[in-house]
Design a protein around this ligand. Structure first.
Ligand code: JFZ
Length: 465
């Protein structure tokens, strides 16, 4: 054999050996992977489950929704001094429980309530399943102190409402108070037999775990019976309830329903923040949030409270909230008869009428790209692969027919009024871009006295100061 041939054979031999070694190493690695991950015949289902647990997917509908209805309804509607009456009015437990015997809402109609929310442009509904007074407004085996058992009405409003919501395409959610003024496992702050003050309660010593079990039973019932999309906790400031307790409860509930959205008042956990009666001046960047607010000054029905906010205020609040990236949970306090007060229905209808024309500027939008507050109104945006759409929502319509959008550097591909009041056709508007920003020539007549929407279409990437 020639020397060169011998070298050639050796190279081939070594090459084969190296190849075999690499092959064996790869094969054992693959086998190892296969043994640690057994074949999952339900692969597609478990994949969806995994996705559901991810907040992006879970929160998607909620982020688009922007507007929901809060309902505070319970036996406190009978005395009609709002939902804190038991503690603020210093009513002993047994005496307060008598209001259940007078709770007979013969005019209640679940479809009518949900239709009011639908016509207002609301996308979800949250109702009190149990407020601080401890009375369960749903069918529960955990206590006889509930609407089906303890009232002459004997009906379950949550069942009817959850069904009506499904019929109208509205997401259904429930409020649940951790603090419970009626529970034998919680002690009133001032437990005077004739003149008690309940808030804030504390756990009766040794009874915390029993109460947590009671809550878990009720929350499991709520999930299984009404399939809520949202659980809205409250009353977490009672003494002895810790962030660790909240975290544990949050994770327990998420295992019962991985798609469930839970607010931050569970304590120590939560999918979104809940500023109350106020709009955070700069939103809460990087966080999901929802401002809950009353239409008058009360959550539960209060016969004396006639301090109704105007439709203008409510619409502009919704716009302000959307421009800061939040949701608006607007409350109604139905009467004991089952009627939502007419002034509330009237205002909700006006909001719905505005949204029917201008909803595109609210639903599915993101917060304004402008760092400085616009002097004449607010802005929302939608970003797609084709570019950015800005919605300018004008509160103060310019008298000189010129609207300046300060700090906007882009050339505008198209500008138009979302809808004219007269013709159902888009009126295209002239725009000029210079160092100050974009100036839009607008008709001198205000399209909508409360808020008018101008759409700006921008093709290239957005440039704002
Ligand atoms: C709570 C309840 O006490 C009230 O009755 C109502 O249900 C409301 C929606 O929530 O009230 C709160 C809760 C939190 C704050 C203030 C009032 N807070 O965080 O400022």
């Amino acid at each position: 054999m020639k020397k060169t041939n011998l070298i050639y054979v050796r190279i081939k031999l070594y090459g084969s050996i190296i190849f075999i070694i690499i092959f064996l190493l790869t094969a054992t690695k693959l086998l190892a992977v296969n043994t640690t991950q057994p074949i999952n015949y339900n692969a597609s289902i478990s994949y969806v489950d995994t996705l559901h647990t991810q907040s992006e997917v879970r929160m998607a509908w909620w982020r688009k929704a922007r507007f929901g209805m809060f309902i505070h309804w319970g036996i406190y509607a009978v005395p009609a001094h709002a939902e804190w009456y038991m503690s603020n009015g210093h009513v002993p437990r047994a005496k307060y429980a008598e209001y259940a015997k007078q709770f007979d809402p013969v005019k209640f109609n679940a479809n009518r309530w949900v239709k009011i929310a639908k016509d207002a442009g609301m996308k979800y509904l949250i109702i009190t399943s149990k407020h601080h007074d401890g009375f369960s407004m749903f069918n529960t085996k955990a206590t006889s102190y509930n609407v089906v058992n303890d009232t002459p009405w004997h009906k379950d409003p949550l069942l009817a409402l959850s069904k009506a919501c499904r019929r109208y395409g509205i997401k259904f959610g429930v409020y649940y108070s951790i603090m419970d003024w009626h529970s034998p496992y919680q002690k009133a702050a001032k437990p005077d037999p004739v003149h008690p003050t309940y808030n804030p309660t504390s756990f009766v010593s040794g009874k915390k775990e029993v109460y947590i079990e009671y809550m878990k039973t009720q929350l499991k019932e709520l999930i299984n019976q009404y399939h809520p999309a949202v659980l809205w906790f409250d009353g977490e400031w009672m003494k002895g309830w810790t962030a660790q307790d909240g975290k544990k409860l949050y994770h327990y509930l998420r295992t019962l329903d991985p798609s469930l959205i839970i607010n931050n008042r569970v304590k120590g956990a939560g999918d979104y923040k809940t500023p109350e009666q106020k709009i955070p001046p700069n939103g809460l960047p990087g966080q999901d949030w929802e401002t809950c607010m009353t239409i008058n000054h009360s959550w539960g029905y209060n016969a004396q409270d006639k301090h109704w906010k105007s439709a203008e205020t409510l619409i502009r609040n919704l716009v302000d909230i959307a421009s800061k990236g939040g949701n608006y949970l607007l409350n109604v306090g139905p009467e004991a008869s089952g009627i939502i007060p007419a002034p509330e229905v009237q205002r909700l209808k006006e909001m719905g009428d505005w949204l029917k024309v201008n909803g595109e500027a609210i639903y599915g939008t993101n917060a304004s790209p402008f760092k400085k507050q616009l002097t004449w109104g607010r802005c929302t945006q939608k970003v797609t692969t084709e570019g950015t759409t800005l919605y300018l929502i004008v509160f103060d319509w310019p008298k000189d027919g010129k609207l300046l959008v300060p700090g906007l550097k882009n050339k505008i591909a198209d500008a138009y009024l979302l809808k004219d009041n007269v013709l159902d056709k888009h009126k295209h508007l002239k725009t000029t871009t210079n160092d100050n920003g974009v100036t839009i020539s607008v008709p001198s007549k205000v399209p909508n006295k409360i808020a008018s929407v101008i759409v700006l279409k921008i093709k290239d990437s957005l440039q704002v100061e």
